[in-house]
Design a protein around this ligand. Sequence first.
Ligand code: MBD
Ligand code: FE
Length: 276
Amino acid sequence: MTATAAASGASATERFKSDKLADRIGTPKERVSLLAREVLDAVHGTIRRHKVTYDEYNALKAWLISVGEDGEWPLFLDVWVEHVVEEVATEHRKGNKGTIEGPYYVPGAPEQGARGTVPMRENEPGTPLVWTGRVTSTGGPALPGAKIELWHADADGFYSQFAPGIPEWNLRATFTAGADGEFEIHTIRPAPYQIPTDGACGKLIAAAGWHAWRPAHLHVKVSAPGHELLTAQLYFPGDAHNDDDIASAVKPELVLSPQSDGHGETVEYGFALDPV
Ligand code: MBD
Ligand code: FE
């Protein structure tokens, strides 16, 4: 079976509903009215400025219907909107830069302690990557016991639990920083990632003449008691899409400096978390 937009979209939609909708808080009426009004005003402005036709309106309507049918609301929103929400939510931070979560996080990945290997298949394709680092508070002290949740795509660009035929927790793990905040993670280097092209988001990309690529990336969530949760992605130097990520989620502070060691690559990268 091959991965289809509708199948990974349906999984991402279910994931969102069970993780994020459960603890959503109500938004006050005044705030809903203000934001909805302003977004609608912006749409009306675009229609007037560009004299949008009925054909174009109906094409939009059909496309919006297909976003839901393909389960691609999580993908659409995380690719084209989340980066600005993240920017606003974290602008006060003094510690590590973060970036968007994207649609493919799953909580509860297997625990590996402070040093270990991410679950992977026998002969998992890809260059071995050994990543060492420390988790500290922005003031300097180490944060022993900090959690580092890691998830990333395989060498074909597929995420476990969102593409068929991949073991449940493949390339997903939770590490716990040691006494000095240190950790050592063994994994493989992920491949550049192309968002599904056979669904509604792919249709928009093709119709607009854009490309569907994100640079290769490792996703992390780093957490410690009394500190703000850090959601980030780490990138590799020289990737063709670091400068034109479809999801606009690359920041210079998030680009790694790996060293080749003949067998694979090693890299050092740590995290400073902001106290709450
Ligand atoms: C991804 O892997 C991703 O990280 C984002 C942000 C959007 C789509 C796929
Ligand atoms: Fe991703």
